[in-house]
Design a protein around this ligand. Structure first.
Ligand code: SDX
Length: 428
């Protein structure tokens, strides 16, 4: 059934086709709007009602709390898949066969070395530099050492750039941490799994054998899967729009890392822990923070709560909450802020301010509690989000390029001064 949307302006009617996605989402196709109306555009700050593209990668239903990667539910993938399988699924559209997965991992491992000169760039940073700033800089710097990964138009060139960044990004992430921790910049061991190898690169001490705890590897693998993609969120839209100018994959990813850093986005996982710590220091007075969050004159927000799309539980938060209990128990970690988090969640879910605005815990509310239990420092939480989101960013960038999407260039409504002539300084 073809649907039409009609817009009437000054008594004149204009018709536009309405497209329907495979999950019955409807969208008004306004590609011809300016042309047929003589210049009328739409305005939608934050793009709350605007679709930027058609995509076959991730489906969200915010009202029902549904998240699927290429049709597979996040619950099943988190339970049954591993991170590299999910990365392959997101990027290439199908779960890999055993041979495809082995080749993918072997190609990634063949690029798990970073040019030694990158260490000189890292040396230039102060120890106190936030790892997200280090990571976005080093990701951009990779271009200088991998010139063949810049102009990638063919699928083969894209594949080579993709396995390169999937091989090098965990190294850069681990080095960003080790720089801060004053540890030597080391490599992992290609005989290990992707996540196990990352944990070894992060935490191996030069003086002792690194023994990976399977509980830690399994829990991190699950967390990375849960963060792997999330349709057109702020950082993914950034990666797409930068890539739409034909900028290379690495620099588009670097832009995405910077967008993710914001505390309203991926930086929230760090802000949640800082908030929970503050509540703990404050004697666990959650009520004070709840009223701050509701006070419009106070910029404080309940970090880890609310979402642009989910107006129900974020399905990832549900999985992470269960996993937090399990991991802390298995690792024998007692973390009082887990109880504070649960108390805060209970209070918020019974408070009309949050209920009326459909504000539920999001992916960032509990993830930091697990990262802490895994020994990951707070300012490395958002880099962990970036490590998880990397395949999603890559998949979205690749889809945008293969579909030959036009350069992103939104319009505006000008509200500044109308024409006025120049005045000499003596006449002003
Ligand atoms: C991520 O988009 C994605 O998919 C992102 C992400 C992904 O995987 O990529 O899911 C990852 O970024 C999760 C979100 C992490 N951010 C936080 O936890 C920061 C705290 N949350 C908020 O700042 C907020 O909820 C946002 C930014 C997440 C969403 O903001 P919106 O959609 O623009 O909603 P809004 O700011 O218009 O809020 C609507 C109302 C407002 O009150 P009123 O003006 O209606 O009275 O809800 C209030 C807001 O003040 N509100 C909050 C709140 N979040 C929204 N009030 C207190 N605490 C909060 N956390």
């Amino acid at each position: 059934m073809s649907r039409i949307a009609t817009i009437e302006i000054d008594g004149k009617k204009y018709e536009f086709p309405v497209i329907e996605g495979t999950e019955n989402e409807l969208a008004i196709d306004i590609k011809t709007l300016r042309a047929v109306t003589g210049g009328v555009t739409t305005i939608d700050p934050g793009y709350k009602n605007t679709g930027s593209c058609e995509s076959a990668i991730t489906f969200l239903n915010g009202e029902e709390g549904i998240l699927r990667y290429r049709g597979y539910s996040i619950e099943e993938l988190a339970e049954k898949a591993d991170f590299l399988e999910v990365a392959y699924l997101l990027i290439f559209g199908e779960l890999p066969t055993k041979e495809e997965l082995e080749k993918f991992h072997s190609d990634i491992k063949s690029h798990a070395i970073v040019d030694e000169d990158i260490k000189k760039i890292l040396d230039g940073f102060p120890k106190a530099a936030h790892p997200m700033g280090v990571l976005s800089s080093l990701t951009s710097a990779l271009v200088a050492f991998n010139p063949t990964s810049v102009n990638v138009d063919s699928e083969e060139e894209m594949y080579n750039a993709i396995v390169r960044i999937l091989g090098k990004f965990p190294v850069l992430t681990a080095w960003a941490y080790r720089k801060q921790a004053g540890l030597p910049l080391d490599y992992g061991d290609n005989s290990l799994g992707y996540v196990e190898n990352f944990m070894k690169m992060m935490f191996k001490k030069p003086t002792e054998e690194y023994k990976c705890n399977p509980v830690v590897v399994d829990s991190l693998d699950k967390l990375l899967i849960l963060h792997a993609d999330h349709e057109q969120n702020c950082s993914t839209s950034t990666v797409r729009i930068v890539g739409s100018s034909n900028a290379g994959l690495f620099v588009s990813l670097s832009a995405g890392i910077n967008a993710l850093w914001g505390p309203l986005h991926g930086g929230a996982n760090q802000a949640v822990i800082e908030m929970l710590e503050a509540i703990k220091e404050d004697g666990g007075d959650t009520k004070k923070y709840m009223s701050k969050a509701k006070d419009k004159s106070d910029p404080f927000r309940l970090m880890g709560f609310g979402h642009r799309v989910y107006k129900n539980f974020d399905p990832r938060a549900k999985i992470i909450k269960v996993s937090a209990d399990k991991v802390l128990h298995e690792l024998g970690v007692e973390d009082p802020i887990l109880d504070i988090a649960k108390g805060l969640e209970k209070e918020a879910l019974e408070d009309t301010y949050f209920v009326d605005r459909k504000l539920y815990p999001n992916v960032d509310f509990y993830s930091g509690i697990i990262y802490r239990a895994l020994g990951i420092p707070t300012d490395m939480f958002t880099p962990m989000f970036a490590l998880g989101r990397l395949p999603g960013w890559i998949a979205q960038w690749r889809e945008m390029r293969l579909r030959k999407e036009p350069i992103g260039r939104p319009r505006q409504v000008y509200i500044g001064e109308t024409y006025r002539s120049f005045k000499k300084v003596e006449d002003r």
